[in-house]
Design a protein around this ligand. Structure first.
Ligand code: NAD
Length: 359
């Protein structure tokens, strides 16, 4: 009997459930094509969970996730909950689920589809061949360090501290080396080692463990230089690994190379193969319920799940190729269409991708 993989499905709010619905069609198609077996269990999460259960992350939802091999998440949030107190905000559920599931890295691929090169603000020739992944440390660094204010002779002063320990650096760097091994075997470790002590420790750890991955070519890049090189030579990067704040900034910069938020997938990983997969975009309340959202980011999140959690590389490739062929054939949802009058809907896009996966 085939190995049954359990997937927790959290549609969330706004366009979340509709884009997740299309991703589930793709998942089902891979069962037919490759003989996989998936067991999906749905949970309430975000604003809808606040409405129905009084909390953005109900205990039963967390348990569904903890029993699963992977989580597929749509998006959460919307104006209805914007003025709620902190514990009754959908975004609090996002922080809570990452913490409860021990997710310490965020993975964001940025690959440029040839047929969408024109949608980017960069010149097509600069973008040619861009296919990179940013691996961002998610639970340490300055965002989580001690913060306080104090009075000084010159008035009020604010302090944010940045701390990293060896174990925190080691686990994320190993993850990045391992991801690089499944790709073009190049790793750029980004730091500010000329100025920051945390960066000097980061670089020491990277250099110490690099010999364990002799097949991966390593370069150290200072963060300011990396921000520049991402615009100058994006195609030369394969995997970029960096700490929390640098990764926050660089992953947004890298994302914009591709031109559209509706195309970007992401993963948050913990120890082992468990991961939470979601589109980078939010719940898009402005277009929710109209059936016009782009499901590609969520569909590509399934491909990422196949690669990073299940090791189903052939099926992942099939999904990515299907997306490419549908785009090459000229089909577009409204967010990526030049001629908006020819745009197709969410469900039509999902069906075309499923059909392009073949028989
Ligand atoms: P957003 O990503 O939801 O939308 C930004 C713009 O992009 C909108 O015009 C929207 O229509 C468009 N867009 C986004 N995804 C699209 C898609 N798949 N297809 C077509 N168009 C798409 O960001 P926002 O408007 O800043 O936030 C809306 C809500 O989502 C807020 O409540 C925010 O807190 C939440 N949010 C949630 C997550 C998450 O769940 N991880 C991430 C970001 C924002």
């Amino acid at each position: 009997m085939a190995d049954v993989k359990k997937i927790a499905v959290l549609g969330g709010d706004g366009i979340g459930p509709e884009v997740v619905g299309e991703a589930l069609k793709v998942l089902k198609k891979t069962e037919e094509l490759f003989g996989y077996q998936f067991e999906t269990e749905h949970g309430l999460f975000g604003g809808i969970a606040i409405d129905e259960k009084g909390t953005p992350l109900p205990q039963e939802t967390l348990e569904i996730c903890q029993k699963a091999d992977a989580v597929l998440l749509g998006a959460v949030g919307g104006p209805k909950w914007d003025n709620n107190s902190k514990e009754l905000r959908p975004e609090t559920g996002l922080l809570g689920i990452r913490k409860a599931l021990g997710l310490f890295s965020n993975i964001r691929p940025a690959n440029v589809f040839d047929c969408l090169k024109e949608a980017s603000t960069l010149k097509p020739e600069v973008l040619e061949g861009t296919d990179l992944i940013v691996v961002r440390e998610l639970t340490g660094g300055i965002y989580f360090g001690e913060k306080f204010r104090r009075e000084t002779a010159n008035g009020e002063e604010a302090v944010d501290t940045c701390a990293y320990n060896v174990q925190e650096v080691e686990r994320i760097v190993r993850q990045a080396f391992e991801i690089a091994q499944t790709r073009r075997k190049k790793l750029a470790s980004v730091d500010k080692a000329n100025v920051l002590e945390t960066s000097r420790l980061w670089r020491e750890v990277v250099n110490r463990i690099a010999p364990e991955y002799p097949d991966v070519e390593l370069e150290h890049v200072l963060v300011d230089n990396c921000a520049m090189q991402l615009l100058r030579r994006p195609s030369s990067f394969d995997v970029i690994v960096t700490e929390n704040m640098f990764g926050d900034i660089l992953s947004d910069e890298a994302a914009m190379l591709t031109g559209s938020i509706g195309m970007l997938s992401s993963a948050s990983l913990g120890e082992g193969s468990f991961g939470l997969y979601e589109p980078v975009h939010g719940s898009a309340p402005d277009i929710a319920g109209q059936g016009i959202s782009n499901p590609i980011a969520t569909i590509l999140s399934v491909a990422l799940m196949f690669r990073l959690t299940f090791g189903y590389h052939e099926a992942a490739q099939r999904i990515e190729d299907a997306v490419k062929s549908v785009l090459d054939a000229g089909h577009r949802t409204g967010d990526i269409a030049v001629d908006k009058s020819k745009a197709i809907g969410t469900s039509a896009m999902g069906d075309l991708i499923v059909a392009a996966m073949g028989n």
